[in-house]
Design a protein around this ligand. Structure first.
Ligand SMILES: [Zn+2]
Length: 455
């Protein structure tokens, strides 16, 4: 065994193909040397992306195995008209502990009164008391879209594609045909092999067929015979990595697919080419004769969940090979698309058992007190979550599972996509407060969610 980057046989390590801070599902390539090409990639480009995506991984409940903690992200908090910088890993942390927030110019600090009074030169004249339960509070999180077009991201995508492709083609040593790719990953030099898919239809397909917030990898041969790998990063952006200009004899497997969910589940298939995949797919079904002239195609193995992905792959092969509409530089259309995907992801993450349980868990302390809902300080997302708990509590046991909740919400908001606008959040707020027993009902809802089992 040798390192696929440098050929050394000394001190090889299991490389996480996707950095573990970005996924709950480990996939490993064991042919990477420990120091020069496994550890150093973290500093070269992986950590930059991990930091920039902290808000996303935090919301999706992905914890790095190293820290076992939620990722911390940068936020700006406006309290009574003054803007402070802070680092957060949850909304409820805002005014917890002895933490201080500082304004951009460093001149004003916000913290618990007893801590503030300990600061040298603090007097009653230069200290102002604010009541965070009633004052207007706004949290702003900055989503850096340039991350998705950064050199670090392109290098990371190339690294993922390269290690995954080698793994499924039995490449266990350095191969000169990948020299350009290796150079780009290791040094960030040479032609950038990465572009971003601009065709929204492709995003729609991935969204429809795969699980929420997954990573999906897919290898195909383009119409110019180049070998390419598509990587869907949480469904936010789909990258196309041109890994080889043509099929090489050492790598005969080019119809590859793998999808990884945030619950660490995975589905995959690996075939030489689409013809072999096609043959396999045909042989995976049989004709069931109903005796009245009607026959139905039935899968031979009902447990083979990869069949739907095999169909997705074959039916859309031409789309992948010829019509991805890839771009390599950010333009307003693709930036807008990425923002839309991030917003959708953040909203939908709340509506999972994970998301609800985490919300309940983090608000346990708040639920002990009556003033959990500060009309000026609760963000849209939290109001929506409180509304959900209220709804569950108010249903008298009628909503007793995630499935029933989703079906209620679909009815209530007439559609599959729930967009939390300012108006909607105001209306929900009014609706909750009209009920004089609202707080008991929220608490009841929290108790119910606490008992729900993961699916
Ligand atoms: Zn190496």
């Amino acid at each position: 065994m040798s390192c696929i980057y440098c050929g050394t046989k000394i001190d090889l390590a299991d490389s996480d193909i996707i950095p573990d801070a970005l996924t709950n599902a480990k996939i490993i390539n064991p042919h990477v040397c420990r120091v020069a090409h496994n550890n150093r990639f973290s500093d070269m480009f992986e950590n930059e992306i991990i930091n920039d995506m902290a808000l996303i991984t935090n919301e999706l409940d992905i914890k790095s195995s190293k820290g076992k903690k939620y990722a911390v992200y940068d936020a700006k908090v406006v309290v009574g008209g003054t803007e402070y910088k802070t680092k957060l890993s949850s909304d409820t942390e805002l005014f917890k502990g002895s933490k201080f927030m500082v304004t951009e110019d460093g001149k004003t600090k916000l913290g618990p009164l007893e801590q503030v009074m300990k600061i040298k030169n603090a007097t009653e004249e230069n200290v102002q008391v604010v009541d965070v339960n009633h004052i207007e509070i706004e949290k702003r999180v900055i989503i850096k879209t340039e991350t998705y077009f950064s050199l670090a991201m392109y290098r990371l995508m190339t690294k993922i594609a390269f290690e995954w492709y080698c793994l499924h083609n039995g490449i266990e040593d350095k191969n000169d045909k990948f020299e350009d790719i290796i150079n780009f990953i290791v040094k960030g030099e040479g032609n950038n092999p990465v572009t971003i898919v601009g065709n929204e239809t492709v995003y729609g397909l991935f969204d429809q067929y795969t699980n929420f917030a997954n990573h999906t990898l897919l290898c195909y041969i383009a119409s110019d015979n180049s070998v390419n790998i598509l990587i869907s990063l949480f469904g936010i952006a789909i990258y196309n990595v041109r890994i080889l200009n043509e099929v090489i004899e050492e790598c005969s497997c080019n119809a590859l697919f793998q999808t990884l969910t945030i619950d660490a589940k995975r589905e995959q298939f690996y075939f030489k080419n689409k013809e072999e995949l096609n043959d396999n797919l045909i042989n995976s079904f049989y004709n069931m004769d109903f005796g009245n002239g009607m026959t139905v195609l039935m899968p031979k193995d009902m447990t083979d969940m990869s069949l739907q992905y095999q169909m997705l792959y074959l039916q859309n092969y031409d789309l992948f090979a010829t019509n991805l509409m890839c771009v390599d530089k950010p333009d307003s259309v693709i930036v807008h698309m990425i923002i839309k995907h991030i917003e959708k992801l953040l909203q939908e993450s709340a509506l999972t058992i994970r998301g609800l349980k985490r919300f309940v868990n983090e608000h346990k302390e708040y639920l002990e007190r009556e003033n959990a809902l500060n009309p000026n300080g609760t963000n849209k997302q939290s109001i929506f979550m409180f509304f959900i708990l209220y709804t569950i509590g108010n249903s008298n046991g009628k909503i007793s599972s995630m499935k029933e909740l989703i079906s209620y919400l679909k009815q209530r908001f007439s559609g599959t996509e729930i967009s939390i606008s300012d108006d909607m959040s105001k209306n929900l707020y009014t609706e909750i407060f009209k009920d004089k027993d609202y707080f008991e009902k929220i608490k009841m809802g929290a108790l119910v969610v606490d008992k729900w089992e993961f699916e």
